[in-house]
Design a protein around this ligand. Structure first.
Ligand code: NAP
Length: 420
């Protein structure tokens, strides 16, 4: 692969893919990892995370050859476009990458760079773990009960971008088709209308649910919950539920049982070695994460539900400054925090880089660098529990020491060195 305006580090090696479909690859001791700092506060949290993750790699006898790539504002300056081929090609070639947030200006003529990137890379599962770190303030009484991982389908649903603006010929054509050809006469109110389409496919659903079940099995989790509004949207969200159960029943044998089987055949008693697949309606689920937090483990859901649900879970464990995430495709990982570019804090060396750092933990786990992942998580926890925190946590912790983004990263690096 040749690149126009970025340089491939000559002191690192690429990740070698052995079987793309089966997620089999070999990570060298000094992999080339593309890193995109991102817009807004990306310029603060990007370098902080790079420093911490690099320190953890070194402390565990490895190294990282970082390859800076660009999107959003930094790409417009260099390339005159938002999402250059260099960036997409680098992530595709080197397979494992990390990014900060990208701004999506409202009404700027493009949908979302994040959505575009996920579609181009076909990273179809957005994975958001929510677990509580000791010392992090929370609005709930028992935040330690939250230990969930949300698998959010990343390429379909109302986020697929199939929609028509009010006042256009296209929207009128679609309205006429829906009313006259499809028999939904008098269903859409008269007057200006915007219309969107919600595709949920068997292919998209099953590959997402497989990833969630595989994760649950590999990480010794008890359950996978399919979250949907299938009672209302029967042929999209209801079908997601049905295809989800089909995967569980047809592809996993005794390793997975459904909740119905659990009650019908076992009187509710879960076998030690099987994952239970159940389903919950989305609105119920949003209250269950507060009232029965520790009943839930791994969640598999569609794009919009997943977006809402994972933010709500994130709030319970300390908010956006903490919540990590990653997008996964076949033998491809693009780690990114849940939060956005928070433009009002950009360049102030103020915000919390923990979310991006913990996204790096997910990336390390995917690479098989579990020792480095644990080291980072422990060092972050140690830093926060000694009340060395950024502004967002400082305002909630009595007697804490308020650190700048870069100072906080240095404190974590010191703890990495002392824990290693
Ligand atoms: P946001 O950037 O996530 O910021 C919302 C608020 O969350 C901030 O004002 C701040 O709250 C808190 N926050 C976010 N990140 C934080 C951090 N690292 N440390 C401490 N506090 C943090 O959401 P937004 O303002 O709605 O979106 C801004 C832009 O980001 C938009 O263009 C949006 O499209 C984009 N976005 C991008 C992504 C992505 O790249 N994946 C994701 C979401 C949004 P306080 O002011 O209360 O302290």
């Amino acid at each position: 692969m040749t690149y126009d305006k970025v340089t491939v580090p000559d002191d690192g090696e690429p990740v070698e893919v052995v079987n793309e479909e089966e997620d089999e690859f070999v990570v060298p001791d000094k992999p080339i990892i593309p890193i995109l700092h991102g817009d807004g506060i990306g310029t603060d949290v990007g370098p902080a995370a790079q420093k911490v993750l690099g320190a953890a790699a070194e402390a565990t006898g490895r190294d990282i050859a970082w390859m800076r790539v660009y999107a959003g504002e930094s790409a417009r300056e260099r390339y005159g476009e938002n999402l250059p081929d260099d960036t997409v090609n680098a992530i595709r070639e080197f397979r494992i990458a990390i990014k900060g947030p990208l701004t999506t200006p409202v009404g700027a003529g493009f949908r979302s760079l994040n959505v575009a990137l996920r579609k181009k890379l076909d990273t179809y599962a957005n994975v958001r773990p929510t677990y509580h770190l000791d010392g992090v303030p929370s609005p709930v009484s028992n935040p330690e009960q939250m230990d969930m991982v949300t698998f959010r389908e990343n390429t379909e649903d109302v986020y697929a971008g199939i929609e028509w603006e009010e006042g256009t010929d296209e929207v009128e054509q679609v309205k006429e088709f829906v009313e006259n050809e499809m028999g939904f006469d008098s269903t859409i109110h008269d007057g200006p209308v915007g219309i969107g389409v919600k595709p949920i496919t068997e292919f998209g659903t099953k590959r997402l649910v497989r990833q969630a079940i595989d994760y649950a099995l590999e990480h010794d989790r008890d359950s996978v919950t399919l979250v949907h509004k299938g009672n209302i949207m029967k042929f999209t969200e209801g079908q997601f539920r049905d295809w989800g159960y089909e995967v569980a029943e047809e592809e996993y044998g005794d390793e997975v049982i459904t909740e119905d089987t659990l009650w019908e055949e076992r009187d509710g008693e879960q076998p030690d070695d099987a994952v239970v697949v159940n389903d919950r309606i989305a609105d119920n689920m949003l209250q269950q994460i507060l009232t029965r937090t520790d009943n839930y483990d791994v969640i598999a859901t569609m794009n919009l539900n997943g977006d809402y649900l994972s933010d709500a879970c994130g709030a319970q464990i300390g908010g956006l400054g903490i919540a990590p995430g990653a997008n996964f495709g076949n033998s491809l990982c693009l780690a990114e925090p849940v939060h956005g570019s928070a433009p009002k804090y950009a360049g102030q060396d103020k915000v919390n880089p923990t979310a991006l750092i913990l996204s790096g933990v997910l990336m390390f786990e995917y690479m098989g660098w579990d020792d480095a992942a644990t080291l980072v998580r422990d060092a972050v926890e140690k830093t926060i529990s000694t009340k060395q925190v950024t502004y967002d946590l400082h305002r909630q912790i009595e007697g804490g020491e308020k650190l700048a983004t870069s100072e906080y990263a240095d404190a974590i690096v010191e703890n990495i060195e002392s824990l290693a």
